[in-house]
Design a protein around this ligand. Structure first.
Ligand code: GLU
Length: 441
């Protein structure tokens, strides 16, 4: 079996952390199995779909490194849906309904009032041909429902949720097409999954009951259903479903200096029994991807955790991956020297200013003499090899200082800061001339 997965966003907004995670799961599974990862643009809703969101979805996936192996758009596939619809209709699996939204709402209220589940009562199936003709003559356009088979329970072995079972008698026949002819999500999705040979439908837990309905659609269309994996939902750091998650997307991550590698590393492992590890390359995430490791409890997304993973990613990024984003003139040696101190790549610019100078250092009065001595020593040592150890070794010998008293005034004078990258890496980059000057000042 060739594994084919699909990520199926509706272009009604930007991607957010929840659907980025779904895209990632689909991508990881396809990569792991040597299969295909498709992007399906669910744009059957012409009013709410926007072209700018289609472009943004592509750009976001690209930034995340989740490039699809193919793309289809539902708006270009209406003829296929129409053909399947006609087939199902001719076999009585799709039927016309004439109730208005208000009538349906009233029926629901009555059922709820009687303590009954608000399941559609199939009144439309009881209409006679004459009644239907009358309604049509009055200009009432039908909407269409898929008729669920009531003869057997619906069940499947979900790759994340385990065995799931639904009683179709407790479910309303889903509306698949509106009176204006437009399509609802449910049927086109199943038609596409069949037509595109989708082997695994990987999506959020919020689709579990849709799956029950769609399983009957696969069956009605004579198709072997795909495997299903419904990952547990994502909650905010407080453990609650949070509105904020819906607004956290690629733009926000970029503004915060988050690398795509960090988003991938965190989201691939969130909610699984594997630890989150700062993998720069996707291979270990791909190799370890396994639905059996997924938990059923909601997974917590914590921005602070993302920032932590990001820092650990930045500490490993090779120069080639960041060179375009570094200040002009900053080279590999400078990058490698400052990298361990960064939370974001953008912070490299601050250390570049420290290397280039001028630095704004205020050193305590009592260290002035010591620094004058240091300036002299800096002029005298051999800079070719390891100037920091040469300098501090010499000063230790001459002044008897050690530890903090030896190092801190030097760091302050040379960088203007009490903390920062390893001075042994930084000092050669500052260089003899600037070092002597800063120690003198
Ligand atoms: N467009 C649907 C959504 O974004 C797709 C669900 C699915 O994966 O089938 O919820």
């Amino acid at each position: 079996m060739t594994v084919t997965t699909r990520f199926a966003p509706s272009p009604t907004g930007r991607l957010h952390v929840g659907n980025i995670r779904t895209a990632l799961h689909n991508w990881l599974l396809a990569r792991k199995e040597g299969g295909r990862f498709l992007l399906r643009i669910d744009d059957t809703d012409a009013e709410r779909s926007e072209e700018r969101f289609v472009d943004a979805i592509r750009a976001d996936l690209d930034w995340l490194g989740l490039t699809p192996d193919g793309e289809v758009r539902q708006s270009e596939r209406f003829a296929l849906y129409e053909a399947r619809f006609e087939e199902l209709r001719s076999r009585g699996r799709i039927y016309p309904c004439y109730e208005t939204a208000q009538e349906l709402e009233l029926k629901r209220k009555i059922q709820l009032g009687r303590g009954l589940p608000p399941v559609y009562d199939r009144a439309a199936l009881k209409l006679t041909d004459a009644e239907r003709a009358k309604l049509e003559a009055e200009g009432v356009r039908p909407h269409w429902r898929f008729k669920l088979a009531h003869d057997a329970p619906i069940g499947w072995d979900d790759l994340v949720q385990g065995h799931k079972a639904f009683d179709p008698r407790t479910m309303s026949d889903p509306v698949v097409r509106r009176a204006d002819g437009s399509w609802l999500y449910m049927l086109p999705s199943a038609v596409d999954d069949i037509d595109l040979g989708v082997s695994h439908v990987v999506r959020g837990e919020d689709h579990v009951s849709n799956t029950a309905l769609q399983l009957q659609m696969f069956e009605a269309m004579g198709a072997e259903p795909p495997h299903f994996a419904h990952s547990a939902l994502l909650t905010g750091a407080e453990g609650k479903l949070s509105k904020r998650l819906g607004s956290l997307g690629v733009d926000h991550f970029r503004e915060e200096g988050i690398e795509p590698e960090a988003v991938r590393a965190l989201l691939a492992r969130l909610g699984t029994s594997d630890p989150v590890e700062p993998f720069v390359e996707p291979e270990p995430l791909v190799a370890g991807f396994d639905f059996a490791r997924f938990g059923r409890a909601p997974a917590r997304f914590d921005e602070a955790e993302l920032k932590g993973v990001n820092a650990r990613i930045v500490h490993q990024l090779p120069f080639e991956r960041v060179r375009d984003r570094l200040p002009a003139g900053m080279g590999e040696a400078e990058w490698l020297a400052v990298r361990p101190n960064l939370h974001t790549v953008a912070e490299a610019a601050e250390w570049w200013r420290v290397i280039e100078g001028p630095v704004d250092a205020s050193v305590p009065e009592e260290d002035r003499g010591y620094l004058a001595e240091a300036a002299q020593a800096a002029g005298a040592i051999d800079w070719a090899d390891d100037p920091w150890h040469a300098l501090t070794g010499r000063l230790k010998e001459r002044t008897g200082r050690k530890g903090r008293a030896l190092f801190l005034p030097l760091r302050l004078a040379l960088t203007g800061r009490a903390e920062g990258p390893d001075m042994a890496a930084l000092l050669p980059l500052i260089g003899r001339e600037r070092a002597v000057e800063r120690l003198r000042a």
